[in-house]
Design a protein around this ligand. Structure first.
Ligand code: SIN
Ligand code: CO
Length: 414
C-alpha cells in the first residue's frame, strides 16, 4: 500500500522465506460475521454510482457503522504474530523526543512486547494474503476495478500512536477495528514534508475537521488530502489501499517489455560507401538507417499495450510467492474435487482481462473463445461453482485449472 511509510524509503530485501503460519483468530459469537455485511451500509446508504460520482478521488466520506460489530478479527497480539512472520511486511514507527524512527520487519516478539506505552504504531501490509478474513474484506471493495485495488494494511497503535500528519498518493478506506482513533483532516495546499525524516511527515498541519472513529466506522480519503490518525485508546485500523500506475513507471516498464521482445537480425552495412569530406562526421546514410530501424521496431498498437498492461498489472509483488501443493492431486482427482466443491483463486492471485485477453499473475492465457464467459466469472468472482465445470468445454477448462492449481494459483474450494 502506498502510505507515507513506503512512499519514502525503499524496503530492504527480504530475509529467507518461510511458509505462512497465518493467525487463525476466530471471531467470537458477538463479533462481526459475513452476514453483518451489506454494501449499502458500507457506503452509508448511498449507491456505488453516487459514491463514485461525488466522493471517489474528490472528497472524504465518513460512514458511521459501515461494518457494524466489526473489530474483533485482530488484536495487538495477533497483529504482532503476523509482524513476526517471515512472509509479512511489517513496519514499526516510533516517535522519540520529537523524532520519527522507522524499522522494517520481520520482528522478534520480545522486541514488540517491550515497546513503550505510547507514541508508536505497528503496521502490517498485505494482510489480505495472510488472513482469509482480510482477503474477504478487501474484496468487499470490488466496486472499484481490480486493476486499482492494492492491499489491506492493518495497524495497531497505543494511545497517542500514529504515523504523524501526512498525505497519501492514493485513495484509502480507513476502517476502525478495535478501540478508538481520532482522524484529523486538512484542506491545506502546503504539503512540505519534514526534511530527513524516514516518513513523509508534514512540516505544518492545520486541522480543519476531525472525527473520533469507533469500531465499525469508516473514513474514505481521496489522494493528496492531508490527514493524521491519533489513537485515543489501544486501536486497530484496517486500511484498504489502492494503486495507480505513475506515468514514468508505466513508460519505463513498457520500454522494458518492448526490449524483452526485441529480436533484431541484421546490422548496418555500406557497400556503396563514398569517401566523406570530413572523416569525423557521422555518415548521413547511417543516420537514416538508424532512424528507420528504430521507428520500425518501436511501433505498437492497442493490442501490444493490452498485452503489456495485463501482464504488468497482474504481476505479483516482489515479495509474493505461491505455494504449489506438496502432493498435487491428479487431473482426475482434481476434477472430481472441483465438480463437487468448485474452485477458488488463491488470495495472492491477480486475474485480469480485457476483451478476450486473460492474464493471471503476470502470464497471458491462451484459451479458446468458448471458455471466455467462465474465465470472466473466475476473474470477477474469484471462484467457480461446482456446476460451472460440468458442461462440454469442461475438459479444456479442467486441464487449464489443473495447471494453475499445480502452480498454486488456485485450489478446490473446501
Ligand atoms: C495507520 O493505520 O496508522 C495509517 C493509515 C494512514 O494514515 O494511511
Ligand atoms: Co494515510
Amino acid at each position: 500500500m502506498n502510505n507515507p511509510v513506503n512512499n519514502s524509503v525503499k524496503r530492504p530485501a527480504k530475509k529467507s522465506r518461510e511458509k505462512s503460519s497465518a493467525v487463525s483468530q476466530k471471531p467470537d459469537s458477538k463479533s462481526f460475521t459475513e452476514a453483518d455485511y451489506s454494501l449499502q451500509s458500507l457506503l452509508g446508504g448511498i449507491s456505488v454510482e453516487k459514491f463514485l460520482a461525488e466522493y471517489w478521488h474528490k472528497k472524504p466520506l465518513l460512514v458511521r457503522q459501515a461494518l457494524p460489530n466489526f473489530g474483533d478479527w485482530l488484536d495487538r497480539n495477533s497483529l504482532t504474530e503476523l509482524a513476526c512472520q517471515d512472509n509479512s511486511e511489517g513496519r514499526l514507527v516510533q516517535f522519540k523526543r520529537g523524532h520519527c524512527h522507522l524499522e522494517y520487519g520481520p520482528f522478534e516478539a520480545e522486541e514488540l512486547a517491550a515497546l513503550p506505552k505510547k507514541n508508536w504504531s505497528l503496521l502490517v501490509s498485505g494482510v489480505n494474503h495472510l488472513l482469509p478474513q482480510g482477503d474477504w474484506l478487501l474484496h468487499r471493495f470490488d466496486f472499484i476495478p481490480a486493476a486499482r485495488l492494492d492491499d489491506l494494511m492493518v495497524s495497531f497503535a497505543p494511545p497517542g500512536g500514529g504515523v504523524g500528519p501526512h498525505f497519501d498518493s492514493y485513495d484509502v478506506f480507513l476502517i476502525q477495528g478495535q478501540g478508538r482513533r481520532r482522524w484529523e483532516i486538512s484542506a491545506q495546499d502546503d504539503l512540505t514534508v519534514v526534511e530527513g525524516a524516514p516518513l513523509r511527515i508534514l512540516s505544518e498541519f492545520r486541522v480543519d475537521e476531525s472525527w473520533d472513529l469507533e469500531p465499525g466506522d469508516m473514513l474514505y480519503l481521496p489522494p493528496q488530502l492531508a490527514h493524521n490518525g491519533v489513537a485515543l485508546t489501544d486501536c486497530m485500523t484496517w486500511s484498504i489501499g489502492f494503486r495507480a500506475p505513475k506515468a514514468e513507471e508505466i513508460v519505463n516498464q513498457f520500454l522494458t517489455y518492448q526490449q524483452d521482445k526485441l529480436e533484431l537480425p541484421g546490422m548496418y552495412s555500406d557497400p556503396a560507401l563514398k569517401r566523406q569530406k570530413h572523416v569525423a562526421e557521422i555518415p548521413s546514410a547511417m543516420l537514416d538507417w538508424a532512424d528507420q530501424t528504430i521507428r520500425a521496431t518501436t511501433r505498437w498498437d492497442k493490442s501490444d499495450i493490452t498485452d503489456f498492461l495485463g501482464r504488468y498489472l497482474s504481476e505479483p509483488k516482489a515479495h509474493v510467492y505461491f505455494d504449489p501443493p506438496a502432493r498435487p492431486k491428479s487431473l482426475d482427482a482434481f476434477s472430481k474435487a472441483i465438480r463437487k466443491h468448485g474452485v477458488a483463486l488463491d488470495s495472492r492471485s491477480q486475474m485480469l482481462f480485457k476483451d478476450n485477453a486473460f492474464f493471471i499473475n503476470g502470464e497471458r492465457l491462451e484459451a479458446s473463445p468458448n471458455l471466455t464467459s467462465m474465465l470472466i466469472k473466475l476473474a470477477n468472482k474469484r471462484y467457480l461453482e461446482p456446476g460451472d465445470c460440468t458442461h462440454e468445454q469442461s475438459q479444456e477448462i479442467l486441464t487449464l485449472l489443473h495447471l494453475w492449481y499445480q502452480a498454486g494459483y488456485l485450489f478446490p474450494a473446501a
